[in-house]
Design a protein around this ligand. Structure first.
Ligand code: 4BW
Length: 158
């Protein structure tokens, strides 16, 4: 990879790569599990961020964790869907990025997670960085790098 292309990619910050908050499907802590499941099924996503009433990031919730939450000894206790809330089952042990973090920090974060939430110093939700956005950028840079290496080789031969 040439130094210019390397610089372009590593100069990017999370803000350049993230999906902004207003475009991210989310649920709130007090929502019943039924509502969360509806959001997940309708949006088509496996998991989404959980926010509180003041738009601060509190965790994430996904289809699997909801199904686990309503799993009884012998059956899914469907009645729990309208009684239990997101707060009771959500995942709070999540990584978090800030808008100023660099590309490599974001790349490292999405190795273990399909998306990572972005929040400010006070915890207010800014958006998410997805594995797709990171891979897309990496792919772009690797192809540009391959093209410039091939061009350099042809130029050297001439
Ligand atoms: O509705 C979709 N539109 C598009 N264009 N692609 C989708 C959609 N749903 C899924 N995908 C694709 C993406 O490539 O399948 C991948 C896995 O989806 P997921 O995890 O298991 O639901 C998607 O990969 P990704 O874009 O890298 O997104 C990683 C994860 O980030 C998703 C989902 O949990 C979350 N996510 C992405 N965009 C979101 C979102 N959550 C809420 N709101 C959004 N706008």
């Amino acid at each position: 990879m040439s130094s210019t292309q390397n610089k372009n990619m590593t100069n990017m910050v999370v803000e350049d790569l993230m999906i902004p908050a207003e475009k991210v499907a989310h649920v709130q802590m007090g929502n019943p599990l039924e509502h969360a499941l509806l959001v997940l099924v309708k949006s088509g996503y496996s998991a989404v961020p959980v926010l509180d009433a003041s738009f601060k990031l509190q965790g994430t919730i996904g289809k699997t964790i909801i199904l686990n939450g309503i799993l009884g000894l012998e059956r899914f206790e469907m009645e729990k869907l309208s009684v239990a809330t997101v707060h009771e089952v959500m995942n709070t042990d999540i990584p978090c990025l800030s808008k100023e973090d660099d590309f490599l920090t974001a790349l490292k974060a999405v190795i273990d997670y399909p998306f990572v939430c972005v929040a400010d110093q006070q915890g207010y939700f800014d958006g998410i960085v997805t594995r797709r956005a990171i891979l897309k950028q990496l792919n772009k840079n690797l192809h540009a790098s391959k093209y410039s290496t091939e061009t350099e080789m042809i130029t050297e031969k001439i």
